[in-house]
Design a binder for this molecule. Sequence first.
Ligand code: URA
Length: 414
Amino acid sequence: MHVPSLISRKRDRGSLSPDEINWLVTGLTNGEIPDYQWAALAMAICLNGMSATETWALTRAMRDSGEVLDWGPPNSRPPVVDKHSTGGIGDKTSLVLAPLLAADGLWVPMISGRGLGITGGTLDKLESIPGFRINLSRPEMEAQIHSVGCFMAGQSPSFCPADRKLYALRDVTGTVPSIPLITSSIMSKKLAEGLDRLVLDVKFGSGAFMKSREDAAQLADALVAAGNLGNISIAAILSPMDEPLGTSAGNALEVRECIELMHGLGPPDLESLILDLAAALSPTPRATHAARLRDGTVWNRFKAMVAAQCPHKDPDLLGIGRTLHVAPVITDLPSPGSGILTRADAATIGQAVLALGAGRSRADDSIDPTVGIDHLRKTGTPVKAGDALCRIHARSQADAATAASTLATAFSIA
Ligand code: URA
């Protein structure tokens, strides 16, 4: 096969066969096809799209570029399930959903990512728990699935290496926003987890990748089609991301909020989305899942997961955000007027939280677990002039002042 001819065919809106796609992905993984040729191909795909057959061939080739987890025959074990969110501000559902599903008797092998840009990442949040290990070996994953029912880990180098390479290339060549490339990237990783069932949380709105509900629905359809071809049971929920989920954004602050939720003290929007996602994966009544969030069942499972992934230290959980990871400056953002809060713009709040040091602009940036916002007031609620719209956690007075001036533009009161 001749790479320039395949690139040219895609440039001219032709299609690639599954064998050609396999060969191109093998060449990407083993380095025989140079990055510049794959970058050109990614741009041709980004501009001209791919058919469902091509998208599935790309997804399967990327899944099979590395190890695929295998949990044994379905009749010998519980159903293996997971969820994937396309990312948003304050989206911390995974931290609660994994132990909730494990407490329901399901197996949840959650392989998560880091935050990039304004969207946070599950691994960064988890690492605010002292000693939490996100690098688990395959035997450790297997042992923990049997003992706890869930784990939350990072992607090992042998897991979907083609996606790792292609995502890095897309990130620097303007080729991230492409439905076939996003679909194959997300679904190759989820299918490599060896799942029986997957629920997708496809977000739309100012703080999401997809700005409109229509675009989110299109992405959801493509993801569901790939899941069907991969022989898993798959459902998609479309959820709004015009304001942050819950009342906090920032790593330790979000872990704190999850701990409160697992004590029955969570914000209703966060709890409701977690229960919706659980309902798509488990036949257990919603009220039973809700009761388990209040009676300590989910909290105990979360602690078991943390204990399993912090083998050499005593994980300090209740201190997070209270005595541990407390930012030097904590200050309220006062409301400029009275009325009903009509807007708490997720994208602007995400930018402010990123600038405070909670996120990354580049993959190798370091993050500060202490910073962010909490006590965020939700839209639709009444406010009086001077009431706090949110609380800012910053490394310095100057950072807090910069965040306050950005955040002031995120809120509207009518
Ligand atoms: N998340 C992924 O894993 N891949 C994409 O392409 C976009 C979001």
